[in-house]
Design a protein around this ligand. Structure first.
Ligand code: 26W
Length: 808
């Protein structure tokens, strides 16, 4: 492609699509035309990729996930195809501003947070590493809610991201499959075998929408297949409607479509709602049917299935893939139990993303059985056989067997099903995998030690550096060459330049410009003016007790108290930036958002502290907003209660953009510390070992902190004495959680060490050269946190898949 050719093709495409000339074009028409052109161009590569996969009979992996938090795709696709500059110049000649066209695209926000964004980074790495890996998910009509802040409170609005259509997807109506819910199972006998007949079920039509996922500057185009729930024509238009039961027909249609209507806006808390279980089964049943259908059509033998297909489940949400695969093998393919079980376990692998007990999924048996009668029978049988094995191994140890059973205490335990029915279980950072093996899943680890492994998370350096921080990316390319974009281990070459005055200067200038850009966004969105020379100290992530935004707030209050007492206090000016959404039903998290706003109100208006402190909350955190914040950040707040954050991936995005981590020894922070060395990170607080010991043995009393530390006493009093603007009792619940509920997340316990850590940051930052050296070191060491490294490890260690070269 070159500029002249692009311009010509674009104008032709525009006229055929819109029946008018470019002079009359609306920006949306231009967006659609460009999107269609890109898609058409990718289509040829897409066909070639699929053909190569089939012809070469290479093993493929399907990544099953309830969430894919993709963000925008157009700029990504332009960059990856190598078209961006051409289009920019051609549009310049047509007096069209590419930036404003790109901004028209809504984020695909089909995820809550870390787990969903990880799935998106993985798709990026599959394609960029030329690996045959595809995503399977749900095409939610409404993505993660839009967050509005009204008077300091979070208000949730729907996210109708599909309202103007979606240029990237292709509806494949002919590939629709049927998914069955409810009804009953009748047993029949044929030639000495029992046959299970599922009858009187409600049937839902699953219609796939495929989107191309193109690799970086290669010819690989993989597929993200998202399923949409529709009524079958048979059910809606004819039978019910003809009986004249119009209202019921409409109600039924509505009920069916509700399955793919909305993403559940809760992470780290399982709700037990039947619609969620429906979504989970809908995803796995539709995906497996289509995978097997295609596999057989291409002549594959089921005996070979696990050698040709790997299925990965992203947390337990798609764990029904295990009994569903068993159902298809046994009921539809007439396979015996033992063979079906062997193939199933060899096919499926599972990642755990959290140890928070409230997030571990379990479903009440009665609800499960009514919705999925045949699947329940299979789960029951899996449980019987597994408990029998346990009995052989641990005779009479009912306690242990009860703790490990798949079905127990009236519930189906999804994580147990995942461990029993898969060949690999991994955590997402070293410490997390260790906690799984030694604590949460210790009985399972004892039984199946070979199944457990670690795959430390990663992020794609192409979106989180090349796309979001182009000037830093350019500096890196100028310094060490462009290879880092495909081979992130190359970033280590930057270590040779940590003392290079020119590079330091450039890193400083780039960061400063990114801060200016963010300062402008902050002013536009909040009317708050921040000092671009102040330290940009950033905490952006879901709002949750264990992530301890409250600890950040308490430190800011203390700093403010010190400044009020002495306005000439010798500290560097700071800007504290927050962003993040709370689950709609999570009261404490919502109060935390209000607390940040009240504090911001108080501090930002106080002239006496001479602009040394600003507090900003940016509403509606999203992939696109994140892309603007990470490049401008200098301090990365990773302050979860040790042991609670499985990995974190924001920490890696900050690091790759040159921010210094201020964090606890939790999740991947530990590996970041190992990578950069103690002198290039600021660590504080309890260790996971300390925290787990407190939970086990007790011995922590939050009131001791209150009585021992006058700073804590003062701040906590300020939470409830009207010091903060707004109603007197607004923050009583925050106060009570910290004192009367004994501070479950050890905020007060870690307070003092957190304040010390901030003081260290202040000292380090005052030596500009030292700070820039730290920053360059962080960028240089961030290569190991590329999702390319992570996916290569999954590919060789778990899935046994290999790259497939796709010719031009
Ligand atoms: C059933 C409700 C529900 C929904 C989502 C429970 C749990 C989840 C996810 C497992 C929450 C999640 O996103 N976990 C995060 O996963 C990231 C990717 O591995 C990690 O980096 C984060 O530490 C972890 O919190």
């Amino acid at each position: 492609m070159n500029k002249g050719l692009f311009k010509q093709l674009f104008l032709e495409k525009f006229e055929t699509m819109h029946g008018q000339t470019i002079e009359e074009a609306s920006p949306m028409d231009i967006y659609m035309t460009l999107g269609t052109m890109i898609r058409d161009y990718m289509s040829r590569k897409w066909i070639a990729t699929n053909k190569a996969y089939v012809d070469q009979e290479k093993k493929q992996v399907y990544y099953f996930s309830m969430e894919f938090l993709l963000g925008k795709m157009m700029e990504r696709n332009l960059l990856y195809l190598g078209w961006k500059e051409i289009v920019e110049e051609a549009f310049g000649e047509l007096a069209v501003d590419l930036e404003s066209i790109l901004s028209l695209e809504p984020d695909a926000g089909l995820g809550n947070g870390g787990l969903g964004r990880l799935a998106a980074c993985f798709l990026d790495s599959f394609a960029s590493l030329q690996l045959p890996g595809h995503g399977c998910g749900i095409r939610y009509k409404y993505g993660f809610f839009d967050q509005k802040i009204v008077d300091g409170y979070q208000v949730e609005l729907p996210d109708p991201w599909l309202k103007n259509g979606n240029v990237w997807e292709i509806r494949k109506a002919d590939k629709a499959v049927e998914v069955r819910f409810g009804g009953n199972v009748r047993l029949d006998h044929h030639d000495n075998t029992t046959i299970f007949i599922h009858e009187n079920y409600d049937s839902v039509l699953a219609v796939p929408y495929d989107s191309p996922i193109v690799g970086f500057r290669n010819n690989t185009v993989n597929t993200l297949r998202l399923w949409s729930a529709e009524t079958t024509m048979r059910d809606f238009d004819f039978s019910t409607f003809n009986r004249g039961d119009y209202l019921n027909a409409v109600k039924y249609k509505h009920e069916v479509e509700s399955i793919s209507q909305i993403l559940y806006p809760d992470d780290q808390h399982q709700e037990g709602r039947i619609l969620r279980l429906k979504q989970q089964y809908f995803l796995v049943s539709a995906s497996l049917q289509s995978i097997i259908h295609r596999y057989k059509k291409k002549g594959g033998s089921l005996d070979e299935f696990s050698h040709k297909i790997a299925i990965h489940i992203n947390d337990t949400h798609p764990v029904l893939a295990i009994p569903e695969l068993m159902r298809i093998f046994i009921d539809e393919e007439e396979m015996g139990w033992d063979q079906a079980w062997q193939i199933t376990t060899e096919t499926i692998s599972y990642t755990n993303h959290t140890i928070l007990p409230e997030a571990l999924e379990k479903w009440p048996i009665d609800l499960f059985q009514i919705l999925l009668p045949r699947i329940y029978m299979i789960v029951h049988e899996i449980n019987e056989r597994f408990c029998h094995e346990l009995w052989q191994r641990y005779p009479n140890n009912w306690d242990k067997i009860g703790q490990m059973a798949v079905v127990a205490d009236g519930y189906v335990h999804m994580a147990h099903l995942a461990v029993v029915g898969s060949h690999s279980i991994n955590g997402v950072a070293e410490i997390h995998s260790e906690i799984l093996k030694k604590q949460v899943m210790r009985h399972f680890h004892e039984l199946f030690p070979h199944k457990f492994n670690n795959k430390t998370n990663g992020i794609t350096p192409r979106r989180w550096l090349l796309k979001s921080n182009p000037s830093l990316a350019q500096l890196i390319t100028d310094t060490i060459g462009p290879a880092w974009r495909n081979d992130s281990s190359e970033l280590i070459q930057l270590m040779k330049h940590t003392d290079d005055a020119y590079i330091r200067d450039q890193v400083f200038t780039i960061k400063h410009n990114n801060k200016l850009r963010l300062a402008k966004i902050i002013e536009e969105k909040t009317s708050i003016k921040v000092d671009p020379s102040s330290i940009f100290d950033v905490q952006i992530k879901r709002i949750h007790g264990y992530k301890r935004q409250v600890l950040n707030v308490l430190h800011i209050m203390d700093l403010y108290n010190r400044l009020r007492e002495n306005p000439d206090l010798n500290i560097l000016p700071r800007t504290f930036v927050f962003a993040g959404k709370s689950a709609p039903s999570y009261y404490q998290a919502k109060q935390t958002i209000k607390l940040i706003h009240s504090l911001a109100d108080l501090i930002n208006k106080d002239a006496s502290i001479k602009n040394k402190l600003k507090v900003v909350f940016l509403e509606n955190y999203s992939v696109s907003l994140a892309e603007k914040i990470f490049p401008a950040a200098e301090v990365s707040e990773q302050i979860s209660t040790a042991s609670k954050e499985a990995s974190g991936t924001g920490n890696m995005k900050f690091m790759m953009n040159g921010a210094i981590t201020l964090g606890t020894l939790d999740g991947a922070n530990i590996e970041i510390k190992d990578a950069v060395g103690e002198e290039n990170i600021v660590i504080f607080g309890l260790t996971a070992h300390d925290v787990l010991a407190y939970y086990r043995d007790g011995g922590y009393n939050a009131w001791d902190m209150y009585h021992q530390d006058p700073r804590i006493k003062m701040i906590l009093t300020q939470l409830i004495n009207g010091f903060l603007p707004g109603a007197q009792d607004e923050f009583r619940s925050v106060y009570d959680a910290l004192l009367y509920q004994n501070d479950e997340y050890f905020v007060l316990k870690d307070f003092s060490s957190y304040v010390d850590a901030h003081n260290r940051v202040n000292t380090l930052y005052s030596n500009r050269n030292q700070w820039l050296k730290m920053s360059i070191c962080n960028i240089a060491q961030s290569g190991r946190f590329s999702s390319d490294r992570t996916i290569s490890e999954y590919a060789s260690g778990i899935w046994k898949i290999e790259p497939v070269y796709i010719a031009e």
